[in-house]
Design a protein around this ligand. Structure first.
Ligand SMILES: CC(=O)SCCNC(=O)CCNC(=O)[C@H](O)C(C)(C)COP(=O)(O)OP(=O)(O)OC[C@H]1O[C@@H](n2cnc3c(N)ncnc32)[C@H](O)[C@@H]1OP(=O)(O)O
Ligand SMILES: O=C([O-])CC(=O)C(=O)O
Length: 482
């Protein structure tokens, strides 16, 4: 209430009237009717069924599979827990079920069993591109199956059709001071989508457990669709003229994302978004953003509230925000060492940083013990499209120098780069220079992974999460410490 009556920070009449014009040209009511005939029909009648149809077939099979597995192996032991693990961020404790992806410490992520290069080969891309469409990755995460291009296009059309924001959410974003971090604005807007949660409304009126997933599914599809105009509005408000391009119903999710940001006229940037949104989507269940979304969802909070929790975790500098930190690190380093990219100069800069008790952002990982394949995929993109870019060259030089320094430093278990160490310089190259916004892009992508698991959490009837905790005193007693 208070927020709605507060003065606007962006009180610009011209801006308001332009927005009115844009929204009247593209109101939600007219949106569905503007879907191309094939696309409009597609998500209910596509060949092979819609994603929801396919889920309706798959869910009973998976429920049976798990029932049988638990009846035969429910008592099998999968690991022990040490005192160190309890104090050490639960590292390595096997305690979560996550269907979409599994992370191998050496090989990196596999989405439903497929590595990143395999996904790049197998998943449908745009007819004029070669990176997988994030829609296709979402289909894979949800079903475990590689979709057809028609199925993927049906998702593009469906997300576009669901993208309209409630007016009060637009106003909420517009009233945020530009000094409020984009991730805080993002989380705020996603929380506010709770207003129209199908799950929360149905639950309030008494919902059969067997139908939880259907309402969760509806909310998840709305959530994914609405991340795009929300992110666009935040970006355009803080850094540009406040005018957000309308969603185009005959375009894919990444094109629309690039378009709301104002970069869709560059085909390479649109391809980069397809790669970016696919790569950042899912990283098994234990990372902070995935686990937060799953945990909050386990209380039957709606996908909107669950995703807001996930985004709040992603916004931490040891997690998703590291991609913003990397840019600051690179820029400060460049300012300090200038053009001298010799090993000696870079090493001495890194040692000064480490001695001041700070981390090298973009390096290290809680699970990975080799170079993150998401880093490699972005590096390959850079080698193809921007091989001579000075920032890419700096990142490449660091790749040659940092692992040895971190190894000599002797603390980190993984001296190699992670996903965050590369993403920022690609965005810089195409003119998206505002690094404080970068984690919002990560969040738009991570929504795909968190949403796909939330649907399964409800379909499989996962219970409320509630691990046991101990005080140090109680723990000492437990292990008979003197
Ligand atoms: C999308 C993502 O979330 S990817 C990760 C993004 N985060 C970053 O890039 C930030 C920099 N990296 C880090 O801080 C860490 O490597 C993390 C948070 C990613 C993983 O943390 P952990 O699993 O605790 O790493 P690890 O077990 O190797 O840490 C051991 C020690 O090495 C230090 N260390 C780990 N990585 C680094 C690094 N990049 N630079 C300097 N020191 C490091 C840790 O701070 C810790 O020090 P401490 O014993 O004084 O507390
Ligand atoms: O897996 C992790 O802990 C962090 C990470 O890389 C991600 O969430 O993408």
């Amino acid at each position: 209430m208070l927020i709605l009556t507060a003065p606007r920070f962006m009180n610009n009449t011209k801006l308001a009237s332009t927005r009115r014009l844009a929204s009247s040209l593209f109101s939600q009511a007219s949106l569905r009717s503007k879907l191309p005939a094939t696309a409009a029909a597609s998500y209910s009648t596509i060949k092979g069924g819609s994603l929801k149809d396919r889920l309706t077939e798959l869910i009973p099979q998976k429920q049976e599979e798990i029932k049988k597995f638990r009846s035969e192996h429910g008592g099998d032991v999968v690991g022990n827990v040490t005192v160190d693990q309890m104090y050490g961020g639960a590292r390595g404790i096997r305690s979560l079920v996550w269907e979409g992806s599994v992370l191998d410490p050496s090989e990196g992520i596999r989405f439903r069993g497929y590595s990143i290069p395999e996904c790049q080969k197998l998943l449908p891309s745009s007819p004029n591109g070669k990176q997988p469409l994030p829609e296709s990755l979402f289909w894979l995460l949800v079903t475990g199956e590689v979709p057809t291009l028609t199925q993927v296009q049906s998702l593009s059309a469906e997300w576009a059709a669901r993208s309209q924001l409630p007016k009060f959410v637009e106003e909420l974003i517009d009233r945020c001071p530009p000094s409020l971090h984009p991730m805080a604005q993002f989380s705020l807007a996603i929380t506010a989508l709770e207003h129209d949660s199908a799950f929360a409304k149905a639950y309030e009126h008494g919902l059969n457990k067997h139908d939880y997933w259907k309402y969760t599914y509806e909310d998840c599809m709305d959530l994914i669709a609405k991340t795009v105009p929300i992110a666009g509005r935040i970006y355009r408000n803080i850094y540009r003229d406040g005018i957000v391009a309308p969603i185009q119903v005959d375009k894919d999710h990444s094109y629309n994302f690039a378009n709301v940001l104002g970069f869709a006229n560059n085909k390479e940037f649109v391809e980069l978004m397809r790669l970016y949104l696919s790569l950042h989507s899912d990283h098994e269940g234990g990372n902070v953003s995935a686990h937060s979304g799953h945990l909050v969802g386990s209380a039957l909070s709606s996908p909107f509230l669950s995703m807001a929790a996930s985004l709040n975790g992603l916004a931490g500098p040891l997690h998703g925000l590291a991609n913003q930190e990397v840019l600051s690190f690179l820029n400060t380093m460049k300012e300090e060492i200038g053009d001298d990219l010799s090993d000696e100069r870079i090493k001495s800069y890194l040692w000064d940083l480490l001695k001041s008790g700070r981390v090298v952002p973009g390096y290290g990982h809680a699970v990975l013990r080799k170079t993150d394949p998401r880093y490699t995929a972005q590096r390959e993109f850079a080698q193809e499209y921007l091989p001579k870019d000075p920032m890419f060259q700096l990142v490449s030089r660091l790749y040659e120098v940092v692992p040895a320094v971190l190894t000599e430093h002797g603390k980190t278990k993984n001296p190699f780069p992670n996903v965050d160490s590369h993403s920022g310089i690609l965005l810089q190259y195409y003119g998206l220079k505002e690094q404080n916004f970068y984690t919002v892009l990560f969040g738009v992508s991570r929504t795909l992974g968190v949403a796909s698991q939330l649907i399964w959490d409800r379909a499989l009837g996962f219970p409320i999460e509630r691990p046991k905790s101990f005080s140090t005193e109680a723990l000492k007693k437990l292990v008979n410490a003197k």
